[in-house]
Design a protein around this ligand. Sequence first.
Ligand code: G3P
Length: 216
Amino acid sequence: MKFFLDTAKVEKIREFAQLGVVDGVTTNPTLIAKEGRDFQEIVKEICEIVEGPVSVEVTALDTEGMVREAREFSKLADNIVVKIPMTREGIKAVNILSKEGIKTNVTLIFSPNQGLIAAKAGATYISPFVGRLDDNGHVGMDVVGEIVTIFKNYNIETEIIVASIRHPRHVVEAAKLGAHIATIPFEVLEKMFYHPLTEKGLEIFMRDWENYLKNR
Ligand code: G3P
């Protein structure tokens, strides 16, 4: 399973990339806005740190505008993936961009049918939002499971990015279902490293080793 970092925080991307656990990055307008810096500067910095795909979202709502933004974004770096919202205008843009060889990530996916439509239009990736589904009384991971099954049934090559991840268990569930990618906020990735028994175990090993050295 590939891990993407769901953030526009350059220091965090650098920190986790050094650990060898970052296969790509996803951003969205909210995450970029939080940084309060020039959009293109942030994107270029991220693309220099990470070799894998970096998703950058369009803000136009019409096909023409989305295609124009996508073409501009794809000039920023070789690893740019253009995030397009799951709307009719968005799907039209995905169809055009896929024919131009521009990679797309269709975002704001909340149902298997939306995933299927995006894949049919030629999306490279789709992003079902599990956390927001959970927040609204659904089981987000059920949608991921259905999409995984459908894509397997028809050998669909579009990769599934499980997004809107809120806790480490979401990553485990996505991996069990066989989703290709989890895009993880750094706060969640941080938690995935730790287990209290690891800390306790290390403490015991160190204490016993010190006793051994003292009594030798
Ligand atoms: O990047 C898209 C997605 O991961 C957003 O997550 O937590 O705002 O629902 P969230």
